[in-house]
Design a protein around this ligand. Structure first.
Ligand code: PLP
Length: 438
């Protein structure tokens, strides 16, 4: 299958090229030329399949033409070595726990899939591929761990100095090997700009093979559709969706996760309504309400993985719905929560249901609480484990109440190693070029 650019100013490319390039040469984002629909009968029996089997069926719809079936199956099954269970929180609200992977956030799914796909495409090629990834916290750890020790690939993680939690930082600054952490004196948006500038820099592209592992990469964002299908299957299995409409709320930052959900819906998955839950970085909320899209600098919040002022996947959503504000705002309802509201929600849910949300998931929960009507069932994506935000969460519910999972404790033991850079492109560029001359 070919991939076109949302800017439509450059020829279509193959999957391999889209994955290796990351961003299209006209600065647009790649989109698959077709979205295949499942036969409705698929959804009648989907509950008989396991998560891995469902994911394989979904993967074939996108990647089936470009990767031998047995290889694709291996990639999918290997990516999903962990489960993404659906857990009941209230009578009509369920949590899709996406934090059971190696770095305890949903980005493990896309990052692990992409690492394996890239490795397959690179095959015997000897040339080193440099993966650039900007992170507001969780992407860096998922990508770094997904790619750790993969031959032929070097990963540069760019993160905003002082704006990620200690635990998050430890997950990509302590690994060494083929992972370099670049600590940028700026915001997440500055990190993202540096990465984009690198892709557009002629000299860098001549000397280095660069690719992105942010959700702009199709190999990272499309696999995120897997768990929407599985969540539907697991709810259906228990008869929970009978005569009910299905509403899904996605704590959103760069909009990669919700875009994958929208793709799932275009493939026929019966989701009645999507909700994009924002923190105080509310450009999407504002667009949905007014039709005006005004990107701006991000502000810091306690749900830091959603601190995005210019969400990169927004253009994919516009492209998917022909730039119609009417269609987009029907498909997606917007909600937004300030830090003080998020704290109240985490506390309330914990006291009333004994379920501990992380600050991102809390936004998803509350939007459903506000939105749902009688005949609906809501699912929010619990995008990270609360222990990734121990300091914040314990401040809300009390010290010592968030046990540190052993996977996270291991990271904390390592020694931090990072290169401090300012937000100017030149310094970053020199840093990348140095790696060629060494
Ligand atoms: C990345 C992230 C988000 C935002 O996801 P997008 O795909 O960028 O919208 C939400 N919550 C957590 C915990 C994350 O790590």
């Amino acid at each position: 299958m070919n991939y076109y650019s949302t800017n439509k100013n450059t020829p279509e490319v193959s999957l391999k090229e889209a994955v290796i390039k990351g961003l299209a040469s006209d600065n647009g984002l790649f989109m698959p030329e077709r979205i295949e629909k499942f036969d409705p009968s698929f959804f009648e029996t989907i509950q008989n399949l396991t998560f891995q089997e469902i994911a394989f069926e979904v993967a074939k719809m996108f990647f089936g033409e470009d990767i031998p079936e047995s290889k694709l199956k291996e990639i999918v099954f290997d990516t999903l070595e962990f489960d993404c269970p659906v857990v009941k929180v209230t009578g009509s609200i369920y949590s899709l726990e996406l934090f059971h992977g190696p770095t305890l956030a949903f980005k493990d799914v896309g990052a692990r899939f992409m690492a394996r796909l890239l490795n397959y495409f690179l095959g015997e090629k000897k040339e080193q591929v440099n993966v650039l990834v900007a992170t507001s916290g969780d992407t860096g750890s998922a990508v770094a761990n997904g790619f750790l020790a993969v031959e032929g690939i070097h990963v540069y993680v760019l993160y905003p100095k002082g704006k990620v939690s200690k635990i998050q930082e430890s997950q990509f600054t302590t690994l060494g090997q083929n992972i370099t952490a670049l600590e940028i004196d700026g915001t997440f948006d500055d990190c993202q700009r540096l990465v984009k500038s690198a892709f557009l820099d002629a000299e860098l592209n001549e000397k280095l093979v660069l690719t992105s592992a942010n959700s702009i990469n199709v190999a990272r964002f499309l696999p995120q559709a897997f768990y929407y299908f599985n969540a539907y299957a697991r709810l259906k299995e228990q008869g929970i969706l009978e005569n009910k409409e299905f509403v899904v709320s996605v704590p959103s930052g760069n909009l990669g996760n919700i875009t994958a959900g929208l793709f799932a819906s275009e493939m026929g998955l019966p989701i009645k309504q999507f909700i994009a839950a924002n923190n105080s970085n509310d450009v999407v909320f504002e667009y949905l309400e007014t039709g005006n899209y005004i990107p701006r600098e991000s502000v810091e919040t306690i749900a830091n993985a959603m601190d995005v002022g210019e969400p990169s996947n927004f253009v994919r959503i516009l492209d998917l719905y022909n730039h119609s504000h009417k269609t987009v705002s029907e498909k997606i309802k917007g909600y937004r929560y300030s830090d003080s509201e998020i704290k109240k929600i985490v506390k309330k849910v914990y006291i009333e249901t004994n379920y501990l949300c992380d600050p991102h998931g809390a936004c998803g929960f509350e939007s459903l609480n506000e939105f749902l009507s009688e005949n609906q069932v809501g699912l929010f994506l619990e995008t990270a484990h609360p222990a990734k935000f121990t300091e914040t969460v314990e401040e809300i519910i009390g010290k010592g109440k968030v046990p540190l999972p052993s996977k996270l404790a291991e990271f904390m033991k390592g020694e931090k190693n990072s290169i401090l850079l300012n937000k100017d492109f030149q310094g970053f560029k020199e840093c990348l070029l140095e790696s060629v001359t060494i």
